[in-house]
Design a protein around this ligand. Structure first.
Ligand SMILES: [Zn+2]
Ligand SMILES: [Zn+2]
Length: 490
C-alpha cells in the first residue's frame, strides 16, 4: 500500500476538493479532530512532501517524481490554495489562470483572489481560511463553509422563535448525485476510511447551532429534529420534526356512560355516517375527547395520544384519587407549561364529568411503565349487586374468607370476546367487604383485586367462565348493577 501522503497527492491530483471533503475521506484515521483539520494536515503534508522532492532534485527535470510533484503543486496553486500558490511562486513554476508570476517582471491576469500574504510574510489561518474552504470543491461546492454554518444557524434561530425546543438533533438530505459522486470516487480510488457526507454535515452545522443557540445536541431524545435539505451552498432548506412529549396526571370520571378513550363509530369506523350523525363517534363523549381541546390549546400541539393505566368499564365511575394517565402531545409548539392553568382549563372543559389532578411533566419511559403495569396494579372497586333472594351474614363471611388471597381463573368474558383473545387469565383477589343497603335484594361489595380482573364476571360467574365467583359461592344468581373504581395503586 502506498503511503498516506502519496494517496493524498494522487487523490487531489484527480479530484479537486476542500479541506473538509478531503478530511472526510480519511475520517476513520486519527481521533478527536474534525474532518476539516484532518484534511488541512493531509494537504499541507502533501505539499511539504512535494516541496522536499523539488528541492532535492531541482535539476532532474525529467525525473517522473519531480514531474509529479511539480504538477501537484501547480494543481493546488491553480485551485487557489494559498500555501501552494506561495510554493509555486518560490519555485518559479507556471500556474495557469492565477496571478503568480511566470517570469521576472511579467504577471498573468489575476482571476483568482490571492491573499496578500501569499506574496510575502507568514500565511495566517485567516489567509488560509483554515480549514481551507473552497467553492470549487468537486464534492461539496462550498457547502462546508462558515457561510453555510451561519445560514443553518439563522434558519434554526428563526424556527426557535415559533417553536420552543431545549435540545435538538440535525439531519440532512443531499441530492443523490452528490452522494453518488462521492461513492464513485471512493470505489475508484479504493478509499476505505471515509464517512458519509450526511453525518459529517450534521456534525458540522450541529456544532455551530449548538454554540450559537446555547442548546445541546441530543442524539437519544431531542425535542426537535432539524432536517436540512441541501441543494447547493446557496439553496438550503429546513424542515422540523417535533418530537412528542408527555404529561402525567390522574383523572376521575364522575358520570357513567362515557368510555375512557375516543371510540370511533363501529359502522363507519370513524369516517362519519348518518348513524353517528356524522361525528364518527360511537360515544359522543369520552374522557379523552373531553380533555383534549385544552391540552392542545395550551401546548400548541396538533394531536394527543391518551395512555391510561388500565381502564374502567364505560358504565363504571372512576373515583377516589383517580386513575393515572399520560397524554402524549404531538407537534407541541410550547414545552414550558403553566400546569396549574392547564389543570384549571382541563377541569373547566370536563364540565363536571371528568376531573384531572396532579398534572406534571412525564416521560416516554413512564408512559410505557404505566401501560405495562396493569397486571401488577391493585384496584379497589365498589360493586352494587342485585340478588335473587336475601343473603345472610354467614354466607357473606364465607365468601369473604374463600375469596381473600384466592387465585381466580377467568376465561375471557363473553361481553368482550369479540375484541379480546379467548384465554384464561389468573387474577388475585386481595380483600372483600360488604355493606347492606335498604333493598334486601341488593348488596354493595368493596373488592380489592389485581389489575385486569373482570369484576362483573367475578360477581356473576359469567356462566361458569370465572371460577370461583361470588355468585357461585353464594349459591344464587347475582349481577353487578353499578361498578365504581375507588382507587388505583401500585
Ligand atoms: Zn468540499
Ligand atoms: Zn358513523
Amino acid at each position: 500500500m502506498a503511503g498516506l501522503t502519496e494517496i493524498v497527492k494522487q487523490l487531489l491530483g484527480k479530484n479537486a476538493m476542500c479541506d473538509h471533503c478531503l478530511g472526510r475521506q480519511f475520517a476513520a484515521l486519527g481521533t478527536g479532530i474534525e474532518n476539516g483539520h484532518r484534511g488541512m494536515v493531509l494537504r499541507q503534508g502533501a505539499l511539504l512532501d512535494a516541496h522536499g522532492v523539488l528541492k532535492e532534485k531541482a535539476e532532474a527535470l525529467s525525473d517522473p517524481l519531480v514531474i509529479a510533484s511539480k504538477e501537484f503543486v501547480i494543481g493546488q496553486a491553480a485551485s487557489g490554495h494559498p500555501l501552494a500558490m506561495r510554493l509555486a511562486k518560490q519555485l518559479n513554476v507556471v500556474v495557469p489562470g492565477t496571478g503568480v508570476e511566470r517570469n521576472a517582471g511579467q504577471t498573468t491576469t489575476r482571476d483568482v483572489a490571492i491573499p496578500p500574504a501569499v506574496m510575502g510574510g507568514v500565511i495566517t489561518d485567516a489567509d488560509l481560511k483554515i480549514p481551507w474552504e473552497w467553492d470549487g470543491c468537486a464534492l461539496c461546492g462550498g457547502v462546508f463553509s462558515r457561510r453555510v454554518q451561519d445560514i443553518a444557524v439563522g434558519l434554526a434561530r428563526h424556527l426557535g422563535s415559533s417553536i420552543e425546543f431545549h435540545s435538538f438533533l440535525v439531519g440532512s438530505r443531499f441530492s443523490t448525485s452528490v452522494l453518488e459522486r462521492e461513492e464513485e470516487m471512493r470505489v475508484e480510488r479504493d478509499l476505505k476510511w471515509g464517512e458519509l457526507i450526511k453525518s459529517h454535515f450534521n456534525r458540522f452545522v450541529g456544532a455551530a447551532i449548538s454554540k450559537a443557540l446555547d442548546k445541546p445536541v441530543d442524539f437519544k431524545n431531542p425535542d426537535i429534529v432539524l432536517l436540512f435539505s441541501i441543494e447547493n451552498k446557496d439553496s438550503i432548506g429546513l424542515e422540523e420534526q417535533i418530537n412528542p412529549y408527555f404529561i402525567y396526571g390522574k383523572y376521575r370520571k364522575l358520570v357513567r356512560g362515557i368510555p375512557q378513550t375516543h371510540w370511533p363509530h363501529r359502522a363507519c369506523r370513524g369516517a362519519g355516517c348518518e348513524g353517528c350523525n356524522f361525528t364518527g363517534k360511537q360515544y359522543q363523549e369520552s374522557v379523552e375527547d373531553l380533555i383534549t381541546p385544552p391540552f392542545l390549546s395550551h401546548t400548541g400541539g396538533t394531536a394527543l395520544r391518551f395512555h391510561g393505566a388500565g381502564r374502567e368499564d364505560i358504565d363504571a365511575l372512576m373515583l377516589g384519587e383517580g386513575r393515572p394517565f399520560v397524554v402524549e402531545i404531538l407537534n407541541g409548539k410550547k414545552r414550558t407549561l403553566d400546569y396549574v392553568a392547564l389543570e384549571a382549563a382541563v377541569n373547566a372543559a370536563g364540565g363536571g364529568k371528568v376531573e384531572v389532578a396532579g398534572l406534571r411533566p412525564s416521560t416516554n419511559d413512564e408512559m410505557q411503565a404505566l401501560k405495562g403495569e396493569a397486571p401488577d396494579t391493585r384496584k379497589r372497586y365498589k360493586a352494587t349487586c342485585t340478588l335473587e333472594k336475601p343473603i345472610d351474614d354467614a354466607t357473606l363471611m364465607s365468601i369473604k374468607e374463600q375469596l381473600e388471597g384466592a387465585r381466580i381463573d377467568q376465561q375471557t368474558p363473553q361481553r368482550v370476546a369479540h375484541r379480546r383473545a379467548d384465554k384464561t387469565r389468573h387474577k388475585h383477589v386481595y380483600a372483600v367487604t360488604w355493606e347492606r343497603v335498604e333493598n334486601p335484594l341488593e348488596i354493595v361489595f368493596y373488592i380489592e383485586a389485581e389489575g385486569g380482573t373482570y369484576i362483573k364476571e367475578l360477581i356473576s360467574s359469567d356462566e361458569g367462565r370465572t371460577r370461583p365467583s361470588i355468585s357461585g359461592l353464594a349459591g344464587q344468581k347475582m349481577a353487578c348493577k353499578t361498578l365504581d373504581v375507588l382507587e388505583v395503586r401500585k
